[in-house]
Design a protein around this ligand. Structure first.
Ligand code: HDE
Length: 712
């Protein structure tokens, strides 16, 4: 995280956007035609109590505009938040690619990023258990490149043909439109249990990755294998990675459920506020490169998007960094209208035959046509490339440019052949020449048929607390299903991934893991044969564990932007608080005063302190750590409101760092946690550094079993 004063880079994309930005300060109100308006409160009527007149063009303009101000929400990824920034290259990788942004270390390439959930509607809560979209638009000098990825390195399905089925199964059920932004329902598990290619992405969704602490604390992945092409035309396979500088951190499911109620914009607000505070989110950019000759070296197919390349096999090489340093000026104009297309590509990068990627190359342009309403969506300011565009495409709804000249075709002589074709030396895009000699078939490669090895690798690689969270998530999700045969089928399938996991889930559901799946419907749809095909012995173990898959191995070196609740009331002990406040803020954390009432409180030194939130308006789950004020009178006031005790209990239950100053220990003493004195993340009058180090650890999971019984 860099501070605002050290990073005020303004990109050429922002310069371009400023030309379309409108500022209404000190301006008189007008109609869209520039006519000055002196009354926008009353319609034109025949008499004060009479009917409104058809003549009222002011009413008509205002109401018509309002009537049409919604556009269709994205069919998936409807809920999202965006920000501007830039990409910097650490070192040239010209041996792999000729792409300018990856060879010119002097460039700062402007980007716009949109993070999203997948299943929920535009207004759904941020903390749904779901995959997160991580879409990056690079405005490069050679054209716009969109890397439209997710926060998980694999996808649910292998072929675009199944995407509508997947999405129909996870979206609210069609008869009653229930549930919103939730995968815990029958149709999803009916599908997942029958389309076992989904299992790998599915187990990631059961993990903590699906409930991030912040967009700023999650990884991003391009998922598909792409190609890099260097200036000699040589191709390498490549997978793209984003690694957050703050590390990968999540909340617990109990917190997620409560955050959704306490602040359903939790992630959106977090991103916005971090950027406004000058705590710019940063991700390092990494690549996994596989030489073409190694295409068939692995136990999985590089074209199969349900498989990752374990970092133990191919390490990620870090080559650059992305910084987000500017919030949008207008949500609709920028975040809503931005259109990402995997087909937006630049010289030096090319596609592979991954059948999911191939389908995406069609879908995204198609969907923008109904969402944004016209093939001219590239002219919307946020979508404009910084590289100039010239071609013979013309007209259509909302053409905002005025193409000059007599011709709109190629070849022509009347315009001297212009716009003329790019020569290779001028950077014309050419496709990698891959030799294809094949039968036209509707089918799938046998090399895609191992559905269990990588879910098992993922589960094996997790720490014990992460594994417990996965078991809890399966139990919760399946517990919400109403059909026993779906639950049992899922248990049978989880058992193929890990028997201990299946047993835990079965115990939670009050069921047993079935030995055989015997459903009448199986024969009809050929599912028995499918199950036979994917028996556990096909499970391979090409690596024992991959450390990059566990959040226990992430970074724990910063408390930048962490939210610290300081529970305080009038007459709190300022002398004890001051060194904490200074140390926490110097380390980049945000200290918020939570008091019995709003307005301000006065410390024992007679100074007034503005209250950030009255206890009534906030919740423990919105904070990363808790600091309890000292001072007899202040602590008495805190004890007089039961919600302060609940606040502390909840922080303890969620394994967060808690520090009490002086008399503040009384709140800990009365908490439901009896071992607080021996806990490595609970402090009484300790040095601020100890508290800071514990916050940087994110959570003290050693406490997990001891706080199971705390009822909050
Ligand atoms: Fe998408 N996806 N997707 N998807 N996707 C869309 O495009 C689609 C897939 C992803 O913030 C839609 O503009 C198909 C994989 C993100 O605006 C739509 C298939 C990955 C976003 C669409 C996939 C993604 C979308 C809806 C299977 C990760 C949000 C609105 C072949 C690599 C972008 C839109 C934003 C959005 C189709 C699979 C990521 C309908 C057909 C795999 C981050 O076109």
């Amino acid at each position: 995280m860099s501070k605002k004063q050290t990073s005020e880079f303004k990109s050429k994309k922002i310069d371009q956007l400023e030309q379309s930005t409108k500022d209404y300060q000190d301006q008189v109100m007008t109609t869209n035609q520039g006519l000055k308006v002196n009354d926008t409160n009353n319609s034109l009527k025949a008499g004060e109590r009479g009917p409104t007149l058809l003549e009222d063009f002011l009413l008509r303009e205002k109401i018509t505009s309002f009537d049409h101000e919604r556009i269709p929400e994205r069919i998936v990824h409807a809920r999202g938040s965006g920000a501007h920034g830039y990409f910097e290259l650490y070192k040239s990788i010209e041996k792999y690619t000729k792409a300018g942004l990856f060879t010119d270390t002097k460039r700062k390439t402007p980007v716009f990023v949109r993070f999203s959930t997948v299943a929920g509607s535009k207004g759904s809560p941020d903390l749904a258990r779901d995959v997160r979209g991580f879409a990056v638009k690079f405005y490069t000098d050679e054209g716009t490149w969109d890397l439209v990825g997710n926060n998980m390195p694999i996808f649910f399905i292998q072929d675009a043909m199944k995407f509508p089925d997947l999405i129909h199964s996870v979206k609210p059920e069609p008869n009653n439109e229930i549930p919103q932004a939730a995968s815990a329902h029958d149709t999803f598990y009916d599908f997942v249990s029958r389309a076992t290619e989904t299992l790998h992405n599915h187990i990631w969704v059961m993990s903590d990755r699906a409930i991030p602490r912040s967009y700023r604390m999650m990884e991003g992945f391009g998922i598909h294998t792409f190609r890099f092409i260097n200036k000699d035309g040589k191709s390498h396979f490549v997978k793209f990675h984003w690694k957050p500088v703050l590390g990968v951190h999540s909340v617990t499911w109990d917190e997620a459920v409560k955050i959704n109620g306490a602040d359903s914009d939790f992630h959106r607000r977090d991103l916005w506020e971090a950027i406004e505070a000058g705590q710019y989110p940063e991700w390092e950019f990494g690549i996994q490169v596989v030489p073409e000759e190694d295409e068939h070296k692995y136990d999985f197919d590089l074209l199969d998007p349900t498989k990752l390349i374990p970092e133990e096999l191919v390490p990620v090489e870090i080559i650059g960094k992305m910084t987000l340093n500017k919030n949008p000026e207008n949500f609709f104009a920028e975040t809503e209208q931005v259109a990402f297309l995997p087909g937006h590509i630049i010289p030096g990068i090319d596609f592979t035959n991954d059948p999911l990627l191939q389908g995406r190359l069609f879908s995204y342009r198609d969907t923008q046509l109904s969402r944004l309403g016209s093939p001219n969506f590239h002219q919307i300011p946020i979508n404009r490339s910084v590289a100039p565009h010239h071609n013979n495409q013309r007209d259509g709804h909302m053409q905002t440019e005025i193409p000059k000249g007599q011709t709109a075709y190629f070849p022509n002589s009347l315009s001297m052949g212009c716009p003329h074709l790019a020569k290779m030396a001028e950077g014309g895009y050419t496709h990698h020449q891959e030799r294809i000699d094949a039968h036209k078939i509707r089918g799938r490669s046998a090399s895609f048929s191992d559905h269990y090895s990588q879910p098992a690798l993922f589960y094996r690689s997790l720490s014990s607390w992460e594994q417990q969270h996965v078991a809890d998530a399966y139990t919760f999700e399946l517990g919400k299903c109403n059909h026993k045969h779906i639950q049992e089928r899922m248990l049978w399938i989880i058992n193929q991934i890990d028997q201990e996991l299946a047993k835990k889930v079965a115990d939670g559901l009050g069921l047993t893991v079935p030995k055989k799946i015997d459903e009448p419907v199986n024969q009809a749809i050929g599912a028995d044969a499918e199950i036979e095909k994917f028996q556990p012995n096909s499970k391979k173990q090409y690596v024992d564990k991959d450390s990059s898959l566990s959040q226990a191995n992430t970074k724990f070196d910063s408390i930048a932007t962490r939210q610290i609740a300081f529970l305080a009331a009038d007459q709190f002990d300022m002398k004890r608080f001051e060194p904490y406040k200074t140390a926490l803020e110097q380390a980049g954390a945000m200290v918020k005063i939570i008091a019995p009432h709003g307005g301000s409180i006065t410390c024992d030194q007679g100074m007034k302190h503005e209250v950030d939130a009255a206890i009534l308006t906030t919740e423990s789950v919105l904070f990363d750590a808790v600091l309890i004020a000292g001072g007899q009178k202040a602590v008495k006031s805190l004890q007089a409101k039961a919600k302060f005790q609940k606040f502390v209990n909840e922080a303890l239950k969620h394994c967060k760092a808690v520090a009490a100053l002086g008399e503040g220990e009384a709140l800990l003493k009365h908490s439901a946690y009896k071992h607080y004195e021996k806990d490595k993340a609970v402090f009484i009058d300790a040095k601020p550094k100890a508290f800071i180090d514990a916050i940087a650890q994110h959570r003290n999971w050693e406490r997990k079993d001891k706080v199971e019984g705390i009822a909050v």
